[in-house]
Structures are given as structure tokens and as C-alpha cells.
Design a protein around this ligand. Sequence first.
Ligand code: ATP
Ligand code: MG
Length: 380
Amino acid sequence: MAVTKTGITQLKLTNFRSYDFLDLNIGDHFCPILISGHNGAGKTNILEAISLLTAGKGLRSAKLSDVARHVGENVYPLWSISAKVASPLGTSKIGTGMVAGSERRQVRIDGKTTTKQSDLARVFRCLWLTPAQDRLFCGDPSARRRFLDRIVQTFDPNHANRLTDYNAALKEWNTLVRTGAADSTWLDALEQQLVENGIAISASRLDVVERISKYLSITDNPTFPAAEIQLTGVLEKALLSQSAVMVEDAFMGNLKTARKICAEGGNLTGPHTADFIVIHKQQNRSADLCSTGEQKALLLSIILAEMQAQMAEQGHCPLLLLDEVSAHLDEHRQHTLFEVLLSRPTQVWMTSTNSKLFADFTGLFYQFDVQESIVKTLVA
Ligand SMILES: Nc1ncnc2c1ncn2[C@@H]1O[C@H](COP(=O)(O)OP(=O)(O)OP(=O)(O)O)[C@@H](O)[C@H]1O
Ligand SMILES: [Mg+2]
């Protein structure tokens, strides 16, 4: 029978963080999944493992050496994560981890090794919210860009590759103009990469903001506020009123001028300096001025709108990881959120130190309890 929902049917970890070996059989439970346990039990480590089944550094932005299991002085560097995933895209076995002699994590999809992590998006997509993002609107724009770019990747798998190429070219360009070590031809080649990737990155961001905005302006549930979302980047703004070719030419011109400005200590603006602005519509207030709970509700509104857009366009949506989701949400919002999540055609993996909060959903959620990194199935 064709799968109509998205989920992980089996997850295996080896030497990953606090887990020497874990084999979780979820089967065809495409419902919300609750992992409960005390502080330090091993809940977030499971969510982080799942997040590493997508391109990038996962939900903790961790170094590869940090996720390897440390026991006292001993480190087990050859960690691995594998999962059987199912969705309307099909069923696949995917895996990632470190192999001897490699500096980068390897990715395998259905038995074949791939050099591009972004290939994972063909078979598996996921999004997450973590406690570290609870103050996203008050912190550095880079965290907001990462949040938006993660959403963009669920619509456009190539976005991750473009960001990697853009950032690599930018790093090299900055070093060369500041040290004066490069000839003009070398800089020209880097600038070509910056322009091509930069315009594509900005255009994809704009496109996704538009696609999500449709569902954010009137949310299907008043508990999660309507929001207006905007981009402030120079390229993003220019693309709203000019053709891509015109914006490309202007960005190329900026780069030539910026060679001198950056050599003298100035900075280049581009997709790497753009910001993602969110306004709470009912309050008519910028997200950074909203209360902590309102900010969390806004983040959830954006995630829920992303899911609605994906469902409308593709008939399915990414898997969702919500770490300590109930933090800062009042009881009514928690309850409403769990009800909304039950109606989504995807697994939502949630963690909590307090399983009592989910008592009304017993039998509707699949539940695991974790103690000292040993996982027991509570309610199946
Ligand atoms: N590389 C590692 N090797 C071994 N153990 C690790 C590693 N990294 C983290 N840990 C440990 O794993 C344990 C579980 O961490 P995790 O973040 O999953 O806990 P948690 O259940 O989410 O706790 P909390 O409720 O406090 O968020 C912690 O004791 C942590 O110190
Ligand atoms: Mg945790």
C-alpha cells in the first residue's frame, strides 16, 4: 500500500553522543512521537541524530568530533546514524557517519555513497525547533537566516549546496582582498561564483517567503498568531522590483567596488548579511518586542505555515523535531499545538521532561521513556 505520510520506521545509532548502540523500531506509527525523560537522559541526542540525516551540522550546529561518543578520556570517532524512512516520495534506507580516514561525514542512500549531503533531501526532509531558538528574534541575524534557510531547503534541496558554495567563495574572496594576495583573474572567478549563487539564494528565499506568507496571514488556528514576514537583504529587496539579470549586474558592480573598500577594512553586503523580519500581526508588533511565549508561538506559526504550504503544493510535509516544545507555552497553547500536530501527515518527534503534560494524548502519541540513554517503549 502506498505511504501517504512521512516518518522514520527504524532508527539506529552507533557511538553517537551518549549512545553506544540504539535500535528504535517505530514501525508504521506516523503519529506524534514523545520522548520523555529527566535532564541528561538522552532525549535531545536522538533528535540531533535525526537532524543529521539532512545536509548541514544538525540541530546543535555541532562539530563532527563532538558528536562522537566520549567516555572519560576515550573517544569513539567512528559514529553512525541510519534510518529507514517512508513518505509519499518512497521508502529508503539512509545513513551518515564517520568512516576511517575521512575528514567529512559520509552519506549513504539505499546502499550508495554520495558526496553531496543535499542528496538526502530527495528522500528525507526535516525541520526543527530547539530551546536555543526561543530567543531567535532577539539575537544575531545569522541565526534567523539559518532558520529561514532550513525552511527554504525543504522546498529547494539545491539551496544547501548554493549556501555552501557561496560561503566558501566569500571566505576566500575576503581573505584575498584583505591580504592583497590575489590577482584580478582569480578574484573575477570568485566573484562570478558569488553572483551566481548569491542571486539564486536570495531568489529562493524570496520565493519561499511568498509561498509561506499565504498561510501565515490567516492562520488556521488563532492560538498561533498571524504574521507578516519580510527579508531585508540588498539583493532580496532589489529582486522585488528588478529583473534577476539587472540585480546580477548590480551585485557584480558592488563586488568590484568592494574589493577596495574591504581591503581597507570595510564589509561586503549580500545574502550573508540579509535579515529575516517577523511581525506579529494581531499585536502589530515586531517579533523581537513580543513576549517569550508570543515569540515561540510565532516560530510555531511559521513552521505550521511551512507544513501547510508543502501539503498544498506536494501533498506531504517534512518530519518535525520539537525539542522541549512546551517551554514558554501556556497550557492552552500546548494543548492546541498537540491537536494541530495530530492532524499533520508526518511524524513529529517531541521531547519533554514532563510526560504528564501529554496525558490527554495517551494512545494518540507513540511514547518512549529514556533513562541514562536506555530507551523503553511506553505506549505503542
Ligand atoms: N559526545 C558525547 N559523548 C557522550 N555523551 C555525551 C556527548 N555529548 C553529550 N553527551 C551526554 O549525553 C547526555 C544526554 O544529553 P541530551 O542532551 O540528549 O540530554 P536531554 O535528555 O536532552 O537532557 P535535557 O532535558 O537536560 O535537555 C548528557 O549527559 C550529555 O552530557
Ligand atoms: Mg535536551
